[in-house]
Design a protein. Sequence first.
Length: 269
Amino acid sequence: MAFLEEIARGIRMDIIKMIGKASSGHPGGSLSATEILTLLYFEQMNVDEKNPRNEDRDRFVLSKGHAAPLLYATLAAKGFFPKEELANFRQLGSILQGHPDMNKVPGIDMSTGSLGQGFSAATGMALGGKIDDKAHNIYVLLGDGELQEGLVWEAAMAAGHYKLNNLIAFVDNNNLQIDGAVCEVMNPHPIDDKFAAFNWNVITVEDGHNFNELRIAVEVAKRSADRPTVIICKTVKGKCVSFMENNAGWHGKGPNAEEVKQALAELEA
C-alpha cells in the first residue's frame, strides 16, 4: 500500500508542476482520480511500457479527456515515455497536448476530449474484444458531470445489452464540474440506479482515494460473468491540495508560481 501511495504522491506533484508551468490545464479532476489510475497501471492492468501496442494488453480510455495531466503523469511514472517530457505539456509541438492523442503519446489507447465519446469508444473496444474472443479488459474513466451527456447512456445501454463483462467503468464522483455543483447544473443522480437499469453491475466505493476499497471493487468487477461493471468512486476534487479541494474554481485553471510552491510543499509534507 505504501508503494502505491508514494507513486500517487509523485503523480500529484507532476500534475501540479506541469499545469503550473503551462499556466493552463485541469488540476481539480486530475487530482481527484489519481488513486484510480495508480491502482490500475501499477497493479491491476496488463500493460507493458516496452510494448505499448501489444494486442493482448488491457486498454484504458480517459473519457474525461480534460484530465490528461493525470494520464500523462501516470504513463511517465510507468515508463511509457521520459518524465522530462512532462515539462512540455501544452507547448506548441509537444506530444502532450491539452487532451490525449493516441497517435502521438505511447500508451494512450484512444484520443478523447469531447465528453461521452471516450465511453462510447471503450464500449466498442469491449464489443470488439468479445467478437475476437480476446481475454483482455477495457477500463474507462468518466466524470460525474460527463454523465449529463446523452451518448453516455446510449453506450451504457449497448454495453448492458451485449453483456460486455470485459468492460469496467469508473465514475469520478467528486460532485463538481466547471460551472459548479453537478447536482445544480444538471443532476445525474441516482447514478447507481441508472446504470443498474441498463443491466450493469454497480459497485460504490465510499472513499475513492482508498487503495484497498478500489482494489476490492476491481477484483469483484473482473469476476463478473455476464454484465459490464461500473465502480462509482466518491472522491474529492483537488484532493491533497488544501486550496483546491472541493473548489470548482480549480476545475480548469493553472496555479501561479506561489500556488505551485504551496501545493508542492503540502504534497511533500
